[in-house]
Write a protein that binds this ligand. Structure first.
Ligand code: FAD
Length: 474
């Protein structure tokens, strides 16, 4: 029997497995549903982790104290967070970078064009893929067993106590695996189209999945069906506007379209529908997926002129370009007259100011609905460029309720079933997002869940030995 069974193969699962080993668990097994060449879940797409610190730390500049981190979280979640758990995550985040480095993760200076993240976010050298690979290497060195192509489709629990997990097999009967404790770190349900449709309606058919295809929420559903308490709302998640030409899965970061605040965005009727300059892009990019999802056919077009070129992170696919708005409309399949009118109305409403993309400048529109409140410049310098947009779902927030020991709550907290990462992120993130906090939650709770699972397994071992020796004496 295994001491600790870890289900999942991304950041949270790996942190849990490594931590369980470090805390004395002898036999640790990690089950990853993906094949080896696709291992690592959404974590392979990440670039950074948000970290609290009271003085400069490695590449992190200045200080980012607990209170400021918490206020940032409170603002984006609108108060939908469990304060005690959020603060626990924030406090423990400071200890993460040295631990990550011990397991082979390297950091680099903040990437250019990422706007003001150098103080708050620690960037991974080589991105999330390098991080995941480093953890798998460390796991191998520590003797952690890893099995790929091993999707778990059911957890056996009795009164909240974990008994066994079932691995689905493509051809043949399922396999039952027993362990003293389990850490479930199998992500959200963002890859499950049917579930997305239940939450979002038919609009979900147009969603692109920014991460992996394996996060189907199978165990989230199974746990809730077996009495685990849920937290959060199925319609809440992280959803950004990405290039409509992105692949269905794993488009990752390069399909993000980051020029929204530099131009205008229209729907398929060539109408604007939201203030593109409401706030700094890092604070607003995560609302645009939802905004595009609310448009007819869930499509939008981000349109800029030559003045915007070079001011944003270039997306992987080149935009459509043209020397006139009418020609651009034709190329992207919009009504030319309608787009010309939208651009003309917008241009007429622009009140020239001092353009500065690094501050909330005074370039705005007047008498236009919706207004553009900052960085409003006329679209008057060809060539004009358009990028088609679709909602791109990053991850979902509905999860299982946990306590400060990462134990899953059934009627009571489970003695041996723990959760970490996206599957419990809703305890901290009820809505909204602050960049880098997904990895903070997964790393802190992954480490914690691994530690607690190892300790619980040790207790169970002692109890088993005790009852065996009592039997022998009798
Ligand atoms: C494009 C993109 C960029 C992102 N950038 C950042 C960033 O820079 N910083 C940040 O903090 N967050 C970022 N995120 C969010 C971040 O990826 C997640 O918060 C984090 O990776 C979650 O880790 P996890 O281990 O819970 O889930 P995942 O990394 O998704 O891992 C889940 C694992 O579970 C496995 N699995 C699923 N179901 C089963 C099953 N039934 N049986 C066995 N295994 C199963 C999957 O194969 C996968 O390996 C980004 C996400 C995306 C998509």
């Amino acid at each position: 029997m295994f001491d600790v069974l870890v289900i999942g193969g991304g950041n949270a699962a790996l942190c849990a497995a490594l931590s369980a080993r470090e805390h004395g668990a002898q036999r640790v097994l990690l089950l990853e549903s993906a094949p080896r060449n696709e291992r690592g879940g959404n974590s392979i797409h990440t670039r950074n982790i948000r970290v609290k610190h009271d003085a400069p730390m490695g590449h992190l500049t200045d200080a980012y104290p607990e209170e400021e981190f918490f206020e940032d979280l409170l603002r984006v979640t609108g108060g939908k967070t469990t304060e005690s758990l959020a603060r626990q995550v924030i406090r423990a985040s400071q200890d993460c970078p040295p631990w990550m480095q011990k397991h082979g993760v390297q950091f680099q200076a903040c990437l250019g064009g990422t706007l003001h993240l150098s103080r708050t976010n620690n960037f991974f050298l080589g991105g999330g893929k390098a991080l995941v690979n480093a953890y798998y290497r460390s796991a191998e060195q520590l003797g952690i067993e890893v099995r790929y192509d091993s999707p778990v489709d059911e957890i056996e629990v009795n009164d909240g106590e974990f008994k066994a997990a079932w691995i689905a097999k493509p051809n043949g009967p399922r396999e039952r695996v027993t362990a003293k404790t389990v850490v479930i770190a199998s992500g959200g349900f963002e890859s499950n189209r049917d579930w997305l449709r239940e939450a979002w309606g038919p609009a979900a058919d147009q969603f692109l999945i920014r991460g992996c295809r394996f996060n189907m929420g199978v165990l989230l559903k199974d746990l809730i069906a077996k009495g685990a308490q849920s937290i959060g709302d199925a319609t809440q998640g992280h959803c950004v506007a990405i290039d409509a030409r992105a692949p269905m899965y794993d488009g990752g970061i390069v399909t993000r379209i980051d020029c929204v605040s530099l131009g205008i965005v229209v729907n398929k009727h060539a109408q604007r529908f939201y203030d593109e300059g409401e706030d700094f892009w890092p604070k607003r990019y995560a609302i645009w997926g939802r905004l595009v999802a609310q448009q007819p056919d869930q499509v939008g077009y981000s349109i800029i002129d030559a003045k915007a070129q070079g001011r944003f992170m270039p997306p992987v696919f080149p935009g459509e370009t043209a020397n006139t708005i009418a020609e651009l409309a034709e190329k992207i399949g919009l009504d030319a007259k309608a787009l010309e009118k939208t651009v003309a109305d917008y241009n007429a409403a622009v009140v020239p100011g001092q353009f500065d993309h690094a501050v909330l400048d005074n370039c705005h529109t007047e008498g236009l609905t919706p207004a553009k409140t900052h960085w409003a410049q006329r679209l008057d310098t060809p060539p004009f460029t358009a990028y088609p947009l679709r909602p791109g779902i990053t991850f979902t927030y509905l999860g299982v309720r946990v306590n400060d020991q990462a134990q899953v709550l059934f009627d009571d907290y489970s003695p041996n079933c723990f959760a970490a990462g996206e599957i419990m992120a809703g305890n901290v993130l009820g809505q909204g997002y602050v960049a880098g906090v997904g990895m903070t939650i997964g790393t802190v709770f992954g480490r914690l869940a691994g530690e607690q699972a190892a300790k619980a397994a040790a207790t169970i071992t002692v109890n088993l030995k005790h009852s065996e020796s009592s039997k022998a004496a009798a």
